[in-house]
Design a protein around this ligand. Structure first.
Ligand code: TPP
Ligand code: MG
Length: 415
């Protein structure tokens, strides 16, 4: 680590890494008390990546976090109570208890796009946000994160290629933590450096020590400014290690002990404390003050979250479907009666049946008829013609989709 930042910036990075860890520690306690709804993921040992990269963004920029990026949310300004309440599915949470983990966004103020569970799908979405910003002349940069496992999805490649072709001002942080569930990176990718993939899209990339927060910040800052200046998307591979299992349910016994011990000896917060103390930017008193500030804040935030009520049961069926009455002005063009496609009547009978299917008896072989619609109103067509036109050219009921409207960086390599 090299001294290149202001004193305040160094201390901010320290504060947010400590806050990231303390928020997650608090949630582990809540999980053990059975107060967390759903799974709980951890970024233990990867805090420098979320914090260092998000800290390189400006207020007007956009980000979309994945499961191990709570640190990025905190840097962007999300209060810890929102993170707690979201995980506890409370009424006051950003999604009012409708979703868990960090599945929420804030499009209006903080410019956060909600995570998408399908790994990689945020890449084309954030490339799109970057392009929209450019059309609007906003000079914004967008950012998302992807794991080593997620970087093997098709949409990673499609999305990055698309972003590259469009020269979208987009920065992708690839967190190589050596594991995707129980699969070691070496068994799923035949190359050493995942950043090498950038060559395939003709874009720039960096490799950075993901346990060195100053290196992550400085590298990302440079990438963000290059993207903002019109150079197109940039890929940063941050090398680190997933210190716990995939989520709370996973003891990760498949991880070799020596590997874990090596990375425990490279804890990003401990490394950074040593650096700050060596540079006389932090002393024991300053460290204690940060701890007290975080403890006081999180006691208050946790208490608020715990006292927030669970959503009333009738809330479950509200805000799920847009009927066009209350949330926007575009009216849907319903092609079936609304009552038929909205709860509680949506559990209509299957719209097609194959006679004899599952009975174990042949019902006439390849020429057996297929019935569309319920038994009272079946339309028969010969199965062998491979088409589904319906009798006399009539369209089968229910087949048509319903339309609802429209660092002195240690290990930093520039490539
Ligand atoms: C397209 C897709 N395939 C599979 C999954 C299930 N899944 C969720 S997390 C995960 C492992 C991800 O590993 P990695 O990308 O390395 O991220 P890490 O958990 O290490 O942070 C998998 C397979 C998914 N969410 N999306
Ligand atoms: Mg991984």
């Amino acid at each position: 680590m090299k001294k290149e930042l202001t004193r305040q910036q160094y201390l901010d990075l320290y504060y947010y890494m400590r806050l990231n860890r303390a928020v997650e520690d608090t949630m582990v306690k809540l999980f053990r008390q059975n107060k967390i709804v759903g799974g709980l993921y951890s970024s233990l040992g990867q805090e420098a990546i979320s914090v260092g990269s998000a800290y390189a963004l400006e207020k007007k920029d956009w980000l979309a976090p994945m499961i191990r990026n709570i640190g990025a949310l905190l840097v962007k300004g999300v209060p810890p109570r929102d993170v707690f309440m979201q995980h506890m599915a409370k009424y006051d949470s950003p999604t009012k208890g409708k979703d868990g983990t960090s599945h929420f966004g804030d499009l209006e103020n903080l410019h956060i796009v909600s995570p998408i569970s399908m790994l990689g799908d945020l890449i084309p979405v954030m490339a799109g946000v970057a392009m929209a910003g450019r059309y609007l002349g906003q000079k914004i940069v967008t950012m998302t994160w992807i794991g080593d496992g997620g970087s093997s999805t098709g949409v990673f490649h499609e999305g990055l290629n698309f972003a590259a072709t469009q020269k979208a001002p987009f920065v992708l942080i690839l967190e190589n933590n050596l594991w995707a569930y129980s699969t070691p990176v070496k068994r799923q990718v035949p190359i050493e450096n995942l950043a090498d993939r950038a060559k395939a899209y003709g874009i720039s990339s960096y490799i950075v020590d993901g346990n060195d927060v100053v290196a992550v910040y400085c590298t990302t800052k440079e990438a963000v400014e290059r993207a903002r200046a019109g150079e197109g998307p940039i890929l940063i591979e941050a090398k680190s290690f997933r210190r716990l299992g995939h989520a709370q349910h996973d003891p990760a016994e498949y991880v070799p002990k020596e590997m874990r011990a090596y990375w425990e000896g490279r804890d990003p917060i401990e490394l950074y404390e040593k650096f700050l103390m060596g540079e006389k930017l932090l002393d024991a008193k300053g460290k204690k003050a940060v701890e007290e500030k975080i403890n006081t804040l999180l006691d208050r935030e946790r208490e608020f979250a715990e006292n927030s009520p669970m959503p009333p049961p009738e809330f479950a069926s509200t805000g799920v479907y847009c009927t066009g009455d209350d949330c926007h002005k575009i009216q849907p063009r319903w092609e079936r009666p609304i009552a038929e496609v909205t709860p509680p009547k949506s559990s209509v009978k299957a719209v097609w049946t194959v006679e004899g299917f599952g009975s174990g008896k042949s019902s006439g072989g390849a020429n057996a008829p297929i019935h569309f619609g319920d038994t009272k109103n079946t339309i028969e067509i010969p199965a062998s013609n491979g088409k589904v036109p319906g009798k006399n050219g009539a369209k089968p009921r229910g087949k048509k989709p319903v339309k609802v409207g429209a660092a002195g960086t240690t290990g930093k390599v520039k490539r």
